[in-house]
Design a protein around this ligand. Structure first.
Ligand code: C5P
Length: 225
């Protein structure tokens, strides 16, 4: 291809498949912007919980999107999510917020309202976007699409390490049960269910570390580009 126009790389997959870390390392390598779309759903869920908005009330959630004040500040390693100017990094990663995010994410009108918010992240020189429907709905024209998979046992172990490193408590069996339930909800919902785009390259990361997956994905991008 080798043209210099900005392009999008999408990385979709279930929670704990390693797509967040992969997206960060690919964005760094390419010098691209990064969209962690799960964080957007988590920020909306957090705002809803703080405002006592029912997570099943579609209309109230759509109204909340219109008034949503979110930003990502670039830190040394990770970007810092801000809600109403407050750093909410720690509370955003908890299982409670993740579960609430997957509940607000079920509603089609809420997803539609968040579409433009997510698409606005695409700027020169390019974007790496991770989530559940980046390649299918938000950036269907993306130049490269990947779908990252890993067994639920491996994903629960990875999430456990992440949470412990953040000083939070966790239990592997509980995480595994929560992930299975969240996967089911994400896969079986009517609006933008979690599934690989037909033109996505599916990568099983169960037995690969971050460097190996990064090399595999970058190798593919460089071969084709
Ligand atoms: O990836 P993360 O665990 O941060 O996402 C939290 C929840 O947000 C997911 O379980 C999913 O229900 C929802 N989500 C989504 N579409 C995306 C990203 C996240 O529905 N593109």
């Amino acid at each position: 291809m080798n043209d210099n126009s900005p392009y999008v790389v999408t990385i979709d997959g279930p929670g704990g498949s390693g797509k967040g870390s992969l997206a960060l390392s690919i964005a760094k390598e390419l010098g691209f912007h990064l969209l962690d779309s799960g964080a957007i759903y988590r920020l909306l869920a957090l705002k809803a919980m703080r405002e006592d908005v029912d997570l099943d009330d579609e209309n109230a959630l759509v109204e909340l999107v219109a008034a949503l004040d979110i930003r990502f500040e670039t830190g040394d390693e990770l970007s810092i999510p801000l809600l109403d100017n407050e750093d909410v990094s720690a509370v955003l990663r908890t299982e409670e917020t993740g579960d609430a995010a997957s509940r607000v994410a079920r509603h089609g009108p809420v997803r539609s309202a968040l579409l433009a918010v997510q698409q606005a992240f695409f700027k020169a020189p390019g974007l790496v976007a991770d989530g559940r429907d980046m390649g299918t709905v938000v950036f269907p024209e993306a130049r490269f699409k990947f779908f990252l998979y890993a067994s639920v046992e491996i994903r629960a172990q990875r999430r456990y390490k992440q949470l412990i490193n953040m000083g939070l408590s966790a239990s592997i069996p509980q995480l595994q049960a929560d992930m299975t339930e969240r996967d089911e909800r994400d896969r079986n919902r009517e609006a933008s269910p979690l599934l690989p785009a037909v033109d996505a390259l599916v990568v099983d990361s169960s037995l690969l570390d971050l460097n190996q997956v990064t090399e595999l994905v970058l190798g593919h991008i460089r071969d084709v580009d």
